[in-house]
Design a protein around this ligand. Structure first.
Ligand code: HEM
Length: 474
């Protein structure tokens, strides 16, 4: 009788293949699809519909269309579904990380941070981001004269931007050491030994790197406190200042160990994502001469080389923003978000038993042909242009809600690039600021040529590019 019940129940589990014992569908994924997560899941969606399971190697359900994501985010808000990182990732991030707090505690942390990541607050970083970007581009163009640069340079750059925005001055040697430790730390995210510290294993090395990173963060916070007493400009106008001097008035205050975990979580969340977006946008602009020419023309009309940048113009420049939205749509840096059910759930006649793993598939949702009818897999920035723009083309399906996407707070399920529900991206306005300033200063002052490129799918979807920058003569 039990077996019959199981069979009946199983009929209602989402469809999919289980593959080989222990390995699941890994051989198909690695050999057949060359780790191309997009193609692998798209093939399965074609066969099974918008909800299906994959086994790579553990079984997880993929939900992939707008209404499915909407349902999942709703379940999350109700507390029936929670974020679910593997235990090794949770250990590497540390107990105080935002990723490791749930329920009411997570809600309180979010509402504490929300104002400090709002568009208005993020504007405080405009000048420091602009200066850092200009210095960095200058340095790259000098290096470019003798050799090509690879996407790797974006990684140190993203750390530099984060530290400059948070702490002001950046000690170059500290940054380089931090970057080395950070790479080892990231290496432990995929751990075959789980949370067991087998000496020399990537997880073991990552945990050791974590200790070194936290020591550095400790020193940097000490210095911050020394140089920026409570009430000072930087204490008031940076996220780090708000955290260090949080007194409980805004609902929270942090002890040093939690503060360090939170900072590490923020650095992690904003690092590969932003660098991934930089590689992809450079790739698309190198391959779409018309997009690049339109961007350069707009930059010339909107922004002066010699004066500081205006935040409102950065947010409203139509081509600049359309190029960013479209890059993130076709190459979303984060491909999927992991969740786990806290109780049995039923949706679209499928049963999701308690503790089922569900991933919302950002790539499939953002390239869904029902939502993006005009060549959904291809880069065409014009789909995000407003109707009154001279390059607007009515034959290209123009996203009816493009304007809402421009307000990322909406977290639309057909554009879930920054996630959605209770765990949508906290740093999206900061990330957008970095990307906008980067593109404006790059195309204002430099010629770009990409000499080589490789598409990477995991852990972050991006284009690894080799490129050269030459200073424009006029
Ligand atoms: C969460 C994407 C940049 C901080 C997320 C999520 C996505 C995402 C998809 C949701 C993950 C989930 O559902 O589990 C991106 C992309 C970025 C970016 C595409 C750049 C292009 C940043 C930056 C920061 C940041 C620069 C911080 C400075 C966070 C944090 C969370 C998050 C803290 C977790 C929120 C929570 O758990 O409540 N991001 N992100 N992100 N992001 Fe971003």
């Amino acid at each position: 009788f039990q077996e019959i019940t199981l069979l009946i129940q199983r009929r209602h589990l989402p469809p999919g293949r289980y593959g080989l014992p222990l390995m699941g569908e890994v051989p198909w994924f690695v050999i057949g699809n060359k780790m191309n997560f997009g193609a692998f899941t798209a093939e399965r969606k074609k066969k099974w519909g918008s909800i299906f399971h994959v086994s790579i190697p553990f079984t997880a359900t993929i939900v992939s269309e707008q209404d499915d994501l909407h349902w999942l985010f709703q379940m999350e808000r109700k507390g029936f579904v929670e974020a679910a990182w593997p235990s090794s990732v949770a250990a590497i991030l540390g107990p105080g990380a935002i990723a490791n707090v749930f329920g009411e505690q997570h809600r309180r942390i979010r509402s504490f941070f929300q104002p400090w990541f709002s568009p208005a607050f993020v504007e405080n970083y405009l000048v420091v981001v602009d200066v850092t970007v200009q210095e960095q581009l200058n340095e790259w163009s000098a290096l470019s004269s003798s050799s090509t640069l690879s996407s790797d340079v974006f990684k140190l750059f993203a750390l530099r931007l984060f530290f400059a925005a948070s702490f002001g001055k950046v000690d170059e040697q500290m940054l380089i050491t931090f970057h080395d430790n950070f790479k080892t730390w990231l290496g432990g995210f995929i751990s075959l030994t789980g949370t067991v510290r087998v000496p020399g294993s990537p997880f073991d090395q990552a945990m050791a790197a974590r200790d070194r990173i936290l020591t550095t963060i400790d020193q940097v916070i000490d210095q911050f406190e020394k140089e920026n007493p409570e009430g000072s400009d930087r204490a008031q106008n940076t996220v780090i200042g708000r955290c260090v001097y949080a007194s409980g008035e805004e609902g929270l205050c942090f002890d040093r160990s939690q503060l360090k975990d939170i900072l590490l979580n923020l650095i992690f969340a904003g690092h590969d994502t932003t660098t991934g977006a930089m590689g992809s946008v450079i790739y698309h602009l190198a391959h779409h001469a018309e997009a690049r020419a339109a961007l350069e023309e707009e930059i010339n009309n909107f922004f002066s080389k010699s004066t500081s940048l205006d935040m409102e113009k950065l947010k409203s420049a139509p081509i600049l923003n359309a190029i960013i939205w479209e890059t993130l749509r076709v190459d979303p840096p984060v491909l999927a978000g992991p969740r786990s059910t806290r109780q049995d759930l039923v949706y679209k006649n499928f049963r999701f038993p308690k503790d089922s793993s569900i991933f919302y598939n950002i790539y499939l949702a953002a390239t869904d042909p029902n939502e993006y009818k005009y060549r959904p897999l291809e880069f065409d920035f014009r789909r995000f242009l407003p109707q009154d723009h001279k390059l607007y083309d009515p034959t290209i399906w123009n996203h009816k809600e493009a304007r809402d996407i421009v307000d990322p707070a909406q977290g639309r399920a057909n554009y879930p690039i920054f996630g959605g529900g209770s765990r949508s991206c906290l740093g999206k306005h900061f990330a957008l600021l970095e990307l906008r300033v980067f593109l404006v200063r790059l195309f204002q002052n430099y010629e770009l040529s990409v000499v080589k490129e490789t598409k990477v799918w995991l852990p972050i979807c991006t284009w690894n590019v080799e490129f050269q920058l030459t200073k424009k003569t006029t």
